[in-house]
Design a protein around this ligand. Sequence first.
Ligand code: ATP
Ligand code: MG
Length: 731
Amino acid sequence: MDVSHLIDGLNAAQREAVSAAPGHLLVLAGAGSGKTRVLTQRVAWLVEVEGVWPHAILAVTFTNKAAAEMRGRCERLLNRPTQGLWIGTFHGLAHRLLRLHWREAGLLETFQILDADDQQRLIKRVISEQGLDDTRFVARQGTWMINAWKDEGKRPRDIDPGDNPDLARWIEVYQGYEASCQRQGLVDFAELLLRSHELWLTQPALLDHYRRRFSHLLVDEFQDTNTIQYAWIRMLAGSSAQVFAVGDDDQSIYSWRGARVANMQAYTRDFPNVSTIRLEQNYRSTGTILAAANAVIKRNSERLGKELWTAAGNGEPISIYAAYNEQDEARYVVERIRRAVAEDIRPSEIAILYRANALSRVFEEELIRHGVAYRVYGGLRFFERAEIKDALAYLRLLANPADDAAFERVVATPPRGVGDKTLEDLRQAARSGGVSLLQTAAEASREGTLKGRARGGIEALLSLFASLRESADGDESPRLYERLEGLIEGSGLRAHYAAQSKHDADSRVDNLDELISMARGFVLSADDEAAGISEMAAFLSYAALESGEGQGEAWDDCVQLMTLHAAKGLEFPCVFMVGMEDGLFPSQRAIDEGGSAQLEEERRLAYVGITRARRQLTLSHAESRRLRGMETWNRPSRFISELPRNTIVEVRPRAQLSRGGNFGQPRKQPTQDWGDEPGIALGSQVSHAQFGEGVVVAAEGQGDHARVQVNFEDVGSKWLVLAYANLVVLG
Ligand code: ATP
Ligand code: MG
């Protein structure tokens, strides 16, 4: 058999990994050394050379996009489809298991995924229902604690409050939240994993079935697995499956979300005879970029230790730009981008990376000003937009009548005259009867206990659902997109958004249309179909799990903006790391912490950022910066001073800063002129899809650049550009 196409071009260590004899393997190697490539080719090798059935292989990747790419590459290498091969993220795979085995998992067949936003809302409600003081028991903190417990595999009964009364209350909140999710058929992200791990623990026959099925488990980015993910893999592997793990301790950047780099050592301990292969050649970056990355990461003490080399030439030095302020920084970066594009670099080959999402705004404004197409990856995602969540709530409620969170959304938008009083009565009746809100509403309507406008509103809603359910039972059952269209029209959602202020309405109605066409183009995967998952269920979970990266147009030819965290595993010919200032990156929290653990994680993040670049790397910082409504003066990031002198050039010495161009001009004074922005005035109560509700406290700029400062109840003060913040003015 000719297997050369599976190992051609690989170096000796890579080849050894791809063609390893049966057994457990750990590939421990730095950035850009071909870990992901090796893992992909290993899958192809197993199928083609070892004769392993695709359906005996399970591969875990870090994003949906990576999963899709891996599948595509395998199919090309093997020259045939890889049906039955499970490739996905931990969340995606856990979700599939729960869909297949909802009964054993103790879930409703129609269960839906609860996103982070709705999760926090629900926890807030539980806190208030339990009569707790919500200034002391803050929903955000509760969400964080509950997720951390779940990531550790803990249920309320597993947590000992000791003599800490607050902790005891929190455990009750966790309990109440669990009960509420259970009743509504809702599963949050952490729950997906926890439940599917519990499937292994409580359903021996099922575990046995999957142990016999999967003879090979492969895991990318192993350094960022958390406790429950590791336990899940370990249980599934049992004593029979072979585990192939690849990772880099220097790129462990999710400890704040429960990831444990120690899982790499645990793996070599918990599994018998794990061989370790190290890859030392970097194929991604120039010598200069690699030297800089090596020098930075060397300062960390907690390392397994490895050094990368490259056969590539030195290439260009790394540019350091000291900006006067954040506007100047954006101007410089966008100008460089325009020049690069003029020289035939494709926009999609360029990335702007930053530590915190809030930094993207000023770059977006500048890109808009110059008509450069860009995509913010992981910002406010399409599926997180208010109008999209509204439309999906209708679909969710159709799929799962127990979903009270969806009912609450549906009953509120478009407004249908159901006031707080009526809603509270419904909630109470639902709670005491142990039934869903939708069912309670139907009963109230039958018994004629609804009054005034609420009655008409609720009856219209009920009959909309009744008619859609009926048409679904007919012979010619409508397609998913037709039902979605029916909901969006019939509920008055489209009319509601169309009636909003002109500028805003267009994009919202467009987004609704986009959703419908997405549903129209949605193809149920062969695996999902085989698992008996309906088109509607698959589409809804796609919307919930999709983190923006797989969206068709997301990777079109535009400049890519994302956080350093989101850039993990990716590579770009041309990278800008912006906002390189102490206090931003490393974060103030890491600096304040005192100890080195947090700072070392920030440094690993810097290493991840630097190693995303293939040919060109630019780091920039601003002397003064306005962020989240505050003016700050930060020193250049310590990570800049950690770069070897011979790898950098300072683009423009500080002394020249005020010369030429419009750099150094005094900042425009904020204006309070709201003449051309109907509807939003200082003091207005507004709502934002991601940040929730708040009050407009300041404003500046005009037209496309008009921005407002909103003091949000939950997340504090933020500056938002009106043109794309999609603020809804309340009341
Ligand atoms: P990261 O740690 O950032 O996830 P990685 O170790 O997974 O990186 P890959 O993304 O697999 O690295 O590979 C980095 C780049 O090097 C890719 O463009 C890949 O195609 C290329 N590459 C890997 N091995 C070789 C090789 N033997 N010959 C040529 N190019 C290679
Ligand atoms: Mg990789």
